[in-house]
Design a binder for this molecule. Structure first.
Ligand code: GLU
Length: 444
């Protein structure tokens, strides 16, 4: 495989799609070695076929706000690859959403979903709709208008959307309601549903829980314990909430959360009612964390990110490229031992490079945050069987899946000096599964 040539042709075809090109480059450069050991991959042009989505839907979403004004947003669904199972991946509602961001997320999802051991292909979608400051009725009307366009392209065995940034239980409920009305069926077409209509226990916590199961195993593999470690989290959404719960339960101390306005440093630890308070913060729809400082007497640092705090473990839980080279340098100087991306592509390539150079344990999002989509896969299984599992059953399966992902990363990522390159391990393991499936099914 000639990565340079392939990247050049992609850059020419998709100019300015920086996040997408970044995600592709990372995967290609880590799978190069194994790719070249399999001439059949080259012959079947697996890499060239894998980097282009199967298809992309773009649609206009007109809706009426509470003042009676007409609003117009853009909606997308990217069906990237379904070689190992139905297209699967979340919907992101955020003003930053564009084709490049959704293509990077859809591309990552292929490998993440392959790692979960469950039969799920990769997809992503969303809209530039900004839920911040919108009323419940506006969110409902928007979700309904979004689904009027999307419903014909999805189904429990074709494409199963879910949540991501800006899309939680409320939005999934409104989307599901409109799907059910239009398609006239009740199926597992979306995951992240409420329990009353086919949702799974543990799904809201799953990304955070899974992330901590993975990080704990990373530490144990290096002969360390998570007990007593300090953790910096970014974000204050669903993912950070689940991560804070599980980290505290494991005996670690979470000292930060963050929002677009800055970060909270709570040296006493964010535990118990303080974790639940994150839900309240979110419910205000103002997208700020500062009120936490006033309520609990903690420090608020405006317009900065929590990576300048001295901690043992850093867990980005907010969005892509939220931890850059300078942040990584600060973390290393402050003695960080592990960085685990619970957000998708949380670190910039330069930050990753620096962490690897210093042999810091680094877990990439597609492994560390796979617990969310894995539990979506478990929701699909329950829906297909028309039954529900207990929280203990789902949690046990999630734990087992995270452990299996860790094993795969170690298998393909261990270097000659014993250092485990989890990024390489995750990319190679995910890639091999999808590539073999594509090969076996011919050129389609
Ligand atoms: N948006 C989540 C992710 O990035 C979950 C996707 C899903 O549950 O399908 O993996």
């Amino acid at each position: 495989m000639n990565i340079e040539k392939l990247m050049q042709s992609l850059e020419a075809k998709h100019p300015g799609e920086t996040e997408y090109l970044q995600a592709v480059k990372e995967v290609l450069s880590t799978i190069e070695e194994v790719y070249n050991e399999h001439p059949e991959f080259e012959k079947a042009k697996i890499a060239e076929r894998l980097v282009e989505p199967d298809r992309i839907f773009t649609f206009k979403i007109p809706w009426v706000d509470d003042r009676g004004d007409v609003q117009i947003n853009i909606g997308y669904r990217i069906q990237f690859n379904n070689a190992i199972g139905p297209y699967k991946g979340g919907l992101r509602f955020h003003p930053s959403v564009n084709l490049s961001i959704l293509k990077f997320l859809g591309f990552e999802q292929i490998f993440k979903n392959a790692l979960t051991t469950l039969p799920m292909g990769g997809a992503k979608g969303g809209s530039d709709f900004n839920p911040k400051g919108k009323s419940d009725a506006e969110v409902m009307r928007f979700c309904q208008a979004f689904m009027i366009e999307l419903w014909q392209h999805i189904g429990p065995d074709t494409d199963v959307p879910a949540g991501d940034i800006g899309v939680g239980g409320r939005e999934i409920g409104y989307l599901y309601g409109m799907y059910r009305k239009l398609a006239r069926v009740n199926t597992g077409v979306l995951t992240g549903k409420n329990l009353e209509f086919g949702g799974s226990l543990i799904r809201p916590e799953a990304t955070g829980f899974g992330g901590l199961y993975f990080v704990k195993q990373m530490l144990e593999t290096a002969g360390m314990s998570i007990q007593g470690k300090t953790i910096a989290l970014s974000g204050f959404g669903n993912v950070a909430w689940g991560a804070a719960q599980k980290a505290t339960e494991m005996g670690a101390k979470v000292v930060s959360i963050s929002g677009p306005d800055g970060y909270i440093y709570d040296e006493n630890g964010i535990a118990g009612e303080k974790i639940e308070y994150m839900l309240e913060l979110r419910a205000t729809c103002n997208d700020i964390v500062e009120p936490y400082a006033e309520k609990f007497g903690a420090k608020f640092v405006a317009n900065r990110r929590p990576w300048e705090v001295k901690v043992d473990i850093a867990l980005p839980c907010a969005t892509q490229n939220e931890l850059n080279e300078e942040d990584a340098r600060l973390l290393v100087e402050n003695g960080v031992i592990c960085v685990g991306e619970i957000s998708n592509m949380g670190c910039t390539p330069e930050a990753i490079e620096l962490l690897l150079q210093h042999k810091i344990m680094y877990g990439p999002g597609k492994a560390v945050n796979a617990g969310g989509v894995a539990t979506s896969g478990l929701e699909m299984s329950q829906n297909a069987m028309h039954l529900t599992w207990t929280a203990e059953e789902v949690d046990a399966k999630l734990h087992q899946i995270m452990s299996e992902i860790h094993t795969q990363c170690v298998k393909y990522g261990r270097e000659s000096d014993g250092y485990i390159n989890y990024m390489k391990g995750a990319n190679v393991a995910g890639f091999l599964k999808v590539a073999k499936a594509m090969l076996a099914q011919g050129v389609i």
